[in-house]
Design a protein around this ligand. Structure first.
Ligand code: EPZ
Length: 430
């Protein structure tokens, strides 16, 4: 299995370009099958998750032409099936966006039921509640969700919890419904706004995305468009914390500073300097950083997808920090791996109590999930000695060219296929 091998200790210095937002891309790819006209999607991140969703789209008859590494042309003029099977859902849960897209366009969809995953049970009751409110008959049996409707009709839907997935999925289904839909207690993440803007560029009538009330007036049909995906807030945040944990100085290009406000605020709180301009920002961590407390919250609060990265950084900061995970119930699985590197962290329920230590030691560790894996890379970059990280396929689901981007900043990091590659790396770096 492929591994990352890293020799820590180098401050990361230089410039890095951020790619398109994975979690916007998944909603936008699904939405692109809602028209028979050609759709061009630009700034698409080249990661495993988007690759799998494209395969799911192709499995129902969609033609997807790759124009270049970050641009595809989607033609959903000849959809031959409304079924998305288990194979895709097992690889990425967000294949369930095809439910909202196919139901919205064809009044029918059969999608495998997503299970829980490494960070929690992740129910989809709010998705199903929204589809039923629009008039769909939704049955769950034998591991499949079957949704059918004579005609979807707009309704007033109140989300019991703030959920990105359900907000996007219900928005997809409501776009072509008859009449008006209001989604209350909607998620406000930048990627929710990006999917709404994409749909509006196809002729949809969606207002209020980015607030907690989204108003959708159903339209007859959607037309083709050319659309560029927003920069990835979480990839950007990960590199911001890479500067902090390695006491580096990184300029992060192609970002929207507004989307990073909660992340920048925390970095300033622990002692980093941040210089912002309209599409880039610079993070400088010149001295030992200090502790803070953080609680993950829906946007614009501190993102849960940045929780492992800040906790890992705080484990090397002066003093005691407290990190509270309020979104998912099992998102501290990486703490055991950090403890093997010398971290002093105690997890009690959904809270981690972190006593800062002076340094980490390199170790052999494994990535339990996507963002935890990225955090373990940060730990390895700051550690003394060599770290080998297993199960990197999780990380490559959401980070394009991660070793190459880190190496361009001065990291000693490579992807190894064999133990021999690891030995060669060790000889090279000394
Ligand atoms: C999206 O997951 C992201 N994934 C996640 O990023 C992210 O962590 C999460 O939003 C929160 O920001 C994608 O966009 C593909 P939710 P999603 O529905 O939509 C509960 C990454 O690393 N809930 O906002 O599945 C749920 O259990 C991934 O890129 C219900 O109770 O998250 C959770 O506690 C990891 N019922 C909370 O809501 C539902 O029907 C938020 O979940 C749906 C969700």
């Amino acid at each position: 299995m492929e591994q990352y091998v890293i020799k820590g200790g180098n401050p990361l210095v230089g410039e890095v370009e951020i790619g398109g937002a994975k979690n916007a891309a998944l909603g936008i790819l699904a939405a692109s099958v809602m028209t028979s006209d050609p759709v061009i999607i630009e700034n698409l991140p080249d990661v495993k998750d988007t690759e799998v969703l494209i395969q799911a789209m192709q499995s129902v008859g969609t033609i997807v032409e790759r124009i270049d590494r970050h641009t595809v042309k989607v033609i959903a003029a000849n959809i031959t099936s409304f079924t998305i099977d288990d194979g895709f859902i097992k690889k990425i849960r967000a294949s369930y966006y095809m439910l909202g897209a196919l139901l919205g366009r064809f009044n029918e969809a059969d999608v495998a039921l997503p299970g829980g995953c490494n960070i929690g049970s992740r129910p989809i009751d709010q998705h199903l509640k929204g589809f039923r409110a629009l008039g769909a008959k939704v049955e769950v049996s034998r591991g499949m969700i079957s949704a059918k409707a004579d005609n979807l009709v707009g309704n007033h839907i109140y989300m019991d919890v703030v959920t990105v997935g359900a907000t996007i999925n219900v928005m997809l289904a409501a776009t072509l419904a008859t009449g008006k839909t209001i989604i209350e207690n909607a998620a406000k993440e930048p990627h929710v706004v990006d999917v709404a803007n994409f749909l509006n560029s196809m002729g949809a009538n969606i207002k209020g995305a980015g607030t907690d009330v989204i108003r959708i007036r159903g339209v007859e049909k959607l037309h083709g468009t050319t659309y560029s995906i927003i920069p990835d807030q979480i990839e950007a945040g990960t590199f911001m914390f890479a500067a902090a944990i390695t006491k580096g100085d990184i300029t992060i290009r192609n970002i929207i500073p507004k989307h990073l406000e909660s992340i920048s605020a925390k970095l300033i709180e622990i002692g980093c300097e941040i210089e912002e301009s309209d599409d880039c920002l610079r993070v400088v961590a010149a001295r030992r950083l200090s502790s803070t407390h953080v609680k993950t919250l829906p946007y614009p609060g501190f993102p849960t997808d940045m929780q492992p990265q800040i906790a890992t950084t705080l484990a090397l900061c002066e003093g005691t920090s407290i990190v509270t995970e309020s979104i998912f119930e099992n998102r501290f699985k990486y703490v055991g791996e950090l403890q093997r590197m010398g971290a002093n962290i105690k997890v009690e329920g959904n809270t981690a109590i972190i006593q800062g230590v002076d340094s980490f030691c390199g170790a052999s560790i494994s990535a339990p999930d996507l963002r935890a894996g990225a955090a373990l890379v940060l730990a390895a970059l700051a550690a003394e000695g060599i770290t080998v990280i297993e199960d990197i396929e999780y990380i490559e689901r959401g980070y394009e060219d991660f070793p190459e981007k880190m190496s361009s900043l001065g990291a000693l990091m490579e992807k190894a296929q064999t133990d021999r590659d690891i030995q060669k790396f060790k000889l090279k770096v000394g």
